[in-house]
Write a protein that binds this ligand. Structure first.
Ligand SMILES: NC(=O)c1ccc[n+]([C@@H]2O[C@H](COP(=O)([O-])OP(=O)(O)OC[C@H]3O[C@@H](n4cnc5c(N)ncnc54)[C@H](O)[C@@H]3O)[C@@H](O)[C@H]2O)c1
Length: 378
């Protein structure tokens, strides 16, 4: 018999759906001691919350997250709201003794993140941040290959995350769907939204980032606010490019924008080591590029590893070799790892403390862009 883990989810948008799908599928594919129970979903609009609960099988709804936290039948709180609510909800959830699964970025800034880390430590509650790209099997395989020492000394890391959905000046800021353009709701633009993913993966694969120099641009300076109806200054970064150095000496280039016409969600990274290189592309997420200089010279070249074999990370739990999985499965894997952490007693990674490192890099990037100077990550 599996043990129930009662989930209370706050927010039912894009991530609310991705996580709910993960909770529903995980026990069909992963043998685990615990089973998520969709106990309650919380959103401000009662009808919409009820419609979501009916679609996804939640047993009940709440319209105020504080009421959700008071409920004794909730074990774990899943924060799927815009970034400006992460801190308040997470600290209150920790004080209520709940486990916390929080969406990324951890917080609006380092100061908030530090308060959140202190709160979960004080309360001793299990915590995790949804940097789900770590759980794409090809990305997890990249981690294994690096940890096996196959790359040798790493010289270069480069990552981009490109989109094109905010080019029109008619896109509003604030409100449902467009809160990402409102600095008060998002904290920053592409830096906290997209580069945070690239930074999390980079730190995981190649260790700490020590210093950065960045530039940002806000191409559309004013936009109508969806809630007030007034035209207001845009406070987020529309695009950001930065150079960085890792503690291991490797140099890095990162770029992200929502103004790369033709790109919807192009996340790619490449790592160049002394003996081998690795590349990955979200649009072909089940493949890992690998070049090994030690191969016989006449056969040497980039391999495209189809990451579907049963000895590839997570893949033994899915179909048969050759049949690939997709984006949604990274969330199933993250739920599986969270449930596994209840068996082992260790937080599934990244936990709040680890995600705070990504926040420190984001803050340093924004500070550097404002000052025009190289900035240490502190
Ligand atoms: N891991 C990833 O790849 C990934 C992808 C997208 C978004 N995110 C993160 O997930 C979070 C949510 O993003 P999204 O794309 O799902 O946004 P969304 O706009 O689709 O959904 C946000 C939800 O929060 C709800 N909400 C807002 N204020 C609330 C309140 N006071 N009480 C209860 N509910 C409230 C909204 O009603 C909505 O259902 C953000 O922190 C974002 O950065 C992560």
């Amino acid at each position: 018999m599996t043990k129930p883990l009662n989930i209370g989810m706050i927010g039912y948008g894009f991530m609310g759906r991705a996580h709910s799908n993960g909770y529903r599928k995980v026990n069909n594919f992963f043998p685990l001691e615990h089973r998520p129970v969709l106990k309650a979903v919380c959103a401000r609009n009662r009808d919409k919350a009820q419609a979501f609960a009916d679609t996804w099988g939640y047993e009940s709804i709440e319209t105020d997250w504080r009421e959700l936290l008071k409920r004794e039948d909730i074990d774990a709180v899943d924060i799927c709201t815009p970034n400006n609510l992460h801190k308040e909800v997470a600290i209150a959830a920790a004080e209520a003794g709940k486990m916390i699964l929080c969406e990324k970025p951890l917080a609006m800034n380092v100061k908030e993140g530090e308060q959140m880390v202190a709160a979960v430590k004080k309360a001793g509650v299990r915590n995790m941040v949804w940097y789900n790209y770590r759980r794409v099997p090809a990305v997890t395989l990249a981690k294994q290959i690096i940890d096996e020492g196959r790359l040798g000394r790493v010289f270069h890391y480069r990552a981009v995350f490109l989109q094109d959905w905010t080019i029109s000046a008619d896109v509003p800021q604030g409100g449902a769907g467009t809160w990402r353009l409102d600095v008060d709701a998002a904290g920053s633009g592409v830096t906290g939204d997209l580069l945070a993913h690239c930074i999390d993966t980079a730190i995981w694969l190649n260790g700490p980032i020590t210093k950065v120099t960045a530039m940002t641009e806000t191409f559309v300076k004013e936009r109508k606010h969806a809630e007030s109806g007034k035209v207001a200054k845009v406070g987020i970064d529309d695009a950001c490019a930065f150079l960085a150095q890792f503690k291991n000496g490797a140099l890095a280039v990162f770029e992200s924008t929502r103004y790369a016409r033709g790109h919807k969600a192009l996340y790619t990274f490449e790592i160049n080591g002394e003996r081998a290189s690795i590349s990955w592309d979200l649009h072909d997420l089940h493949r890992l590029g690998y070049f090994d200089h030690r191969d016989e010279s006449k056969l040497r070249g980039w391999r495209s590893i189809h990451v579907t074999d049963s000895d590839h990370p997570y893949m033994g739990n899915w179909w048969v070799p050759g049949l690939q999985i997709g984006y949604e499965h990274s969330f199933v894997h993250q739920v599986a790892d969270f449930l596994k952490s209840l068996e082992t007693g260790e937080n599934a990674q990244p936990d709040f403390e680890s995600a705070l490192e990504t926040q420190r890099v984001c803050d340093a990037v924004l500070k550097s862009a404002a000052s025009g100077k190289w900035t240490d990550v502190v």
